[in-house]
Ligand binder design. Sequence first.
Ligand SMILES: [Zn+2]
Length: 123
Amino acid sequence: MGPKFLRSDVTYSLVNAPPNSSQLTEQDVMEALANATALWASHTPLNFSRARTVLSADVLVSFQHGEHGLFCPAFDGAGGDLAHTALPLLGSSQLHFDADEPWTLDGAGETLSLYPSRSRAPH
Ligand SMILES: [Zn+2]
């Protein structure tokens, strides 16, 4: 058994719901992930699908606030860092989104279709 990504079928799971500060529902996030992974699949030999359970997922996707783990750089609130990958957890790769970004689906359709809103005025 080597690294999971030597397989061509990669599963992912959303660990937590998007923050209340975002304009997204969990359904919105799942659709954005489905769109993004479909794009990645078209450029790689990988096939992506939603994992049946969180524990069986190859990639764990979550929203995290600020300091959120010993081995992760802290997120910096709205603006700045948007997302990063993190060390594997229980054998699953991790993709973290900054929960303090005002996420929206309003961006003009490019890669991820998951965008921080630019409508919020600085204060
Ligand atoms: Zn992180």
